[in-house]
Design a protein around this ligand. Structure first.
Ligand code: KG4
Ligand code: ZN
Length: 344
């Protein structure tokens, strides 16, 4: 028997709807299939504000959810009658957006009688390597996005042990702030990575925060201060930044993030014996320098990095996490709430 599930995602600045179909066996037995994965991003709506504005995001989600659900169904050639359940991000995230998605899912569930499955957004990211690569529990996951940074030992669809994480900014946030300080476009990660390709990572010495402390916790806010100081010193000396200065700053900044994440990953792997793989998810996992460093750290263990469209926020991961919960016999009802904070 197969399960066909609609996933809905609206916890930050992407409005997503996706259809995923999977058999009842383990993912490697019956490869799950993404029938449609529609994402309406909001980058342009927030561009002028230098960050996501919650009210603007909530309004855009409310306006677009109907449309993305319709588009996903049309692309998959399905109707609501073909579905087995509706999965929705119920948190954590910006509450206006999460509420919009949950209300949409409840409406569809009430109208069709289909089961409703609330999904933790972080669980969606953390379970993605099973959707894309069929890896088995337990595995180590590094979740690195604009809002999150944590090491998780993933033991089951609802069983996660947090081994450490950032004590301040997430790495994506650090990349975005770096871009802002250097006058590069948002989202900052891809812009900084592109500049860094022309740069010398050794010209500026950026700190490697918390490496002197045991454990897997991370900190990125000091990097931003170091970057600001280096930039201001150059401006005071030369009256501005050359193209090469900018590239060297980006390369040094990126190297500091990659080094720190690599060393903490090494520790997290040491602290989690018996894992089947080392996997990453989140937008920052798109970074090629970081991927190369993490592949090295994984050594003989399979290193799993889902394709970019499934690393960043999307609804296919929510549909899939919904399928994983359904297989455990778990679902929710119309009392499902929206949670701004929801640690795994
Ligand atoms: O997972 P995501 O789409 O959204 C969140 O849930 O946060 O991640 C977005 C973050 C942004 O901060 C963006 O700058 C960063 O991922 N990012 C990158 C790259 N592509 C996206 N960071 C570094 N290098 C990249 N190539
Ligand atoms: Zn996310």
């Amino acid at each position: 028997m197969t399960l066909t599930v609609l996933g809905i995602e609206s916890s930050c600045d992407d409005t997503g709807a996706a259809l995923v179909r999977a058999g009842e066996g383990a993912p490697e037995v019956l490869a799950p299939e993404i029938l449609a994965n529609v994402v309406a991003g909001q980058t342009e709506l927030h561009a002028a504000f230098g960050g996501v504005v919650p009210e603007i995001a909530a309004r855009a989600h409310a306006e677009r959810l109907d449309l993305v659900v319709e588009q996903a169904l049309a692309r998959a050639g399905l109707t609501l009658g073909d579905l087995d359940a509706i999965a929705v991000t119920a948190g954590p995230g910006l509450i206006g957006g999460v509420l919009s998605g949950v209300m949409m899912a409840k409406g569809l569930s009430a109208a069709t009688g289909l089961p409703l499955v609330g999904v933790n957004h972080l669980a969606g990211h953390a379970l993605t390597p099973r959707l894309t690569d069929g890896i088995e529990f337990p595995y180590l996951m590094l979740l690195v996005s604009g809002g999150h940074c944590q090491f998780l030992r993933v033991e089951g669809p609802e069983s996660f042990t947090r081994l450490g994480g950032t004590i301040d900014d997430a790495p994506g946030e650090a990349f975005d702030k770096c871009a802002k300080l250097l006058g590069l476009p948002q989202p900052g990660g891809p812009a900084v990575e592109a500049e860094a390709r022309q740069g010398d990572p050794k010209r500026f010495a950026f700190p490697r925060p918390l490496l002197d402390r045991p454990g897997c916790d991370l900190s990125f806010s000091g990097l931003k201060t170091a970057l600001m100081r280096a930039r201001d010193a150059l401006v005071a000396e030369q009256g501005g930044l050359t193209r090469q200065d900018r590239a060297d700053l980006c390369a040094g900044f990126q190297a500091a993030i990659a080094d720190t994440l690599a060393e903490k990953s090494r520790r997290a792997l040491t602290a989690s014996p018996g894992v089947t793989a080392f996997a990453v998810a989140g937008g920052v996992a798109a970074n090629a320098t970081l991927r190369a460093r993490l592949t090295e750290v994984a050594g003989d263990l399979p290193f799993v990095a889902p394709p970019l469209s499934l690393c960043t926020d999307n609804a296919a991961m929510i549909a899939w996490a919904g399928i994983e919960r359904l297989r455990l016999g778990h679902a929710d009802d119309l009392t499902l709430g929206a949670r701004p904070r929801w640690p795994l």
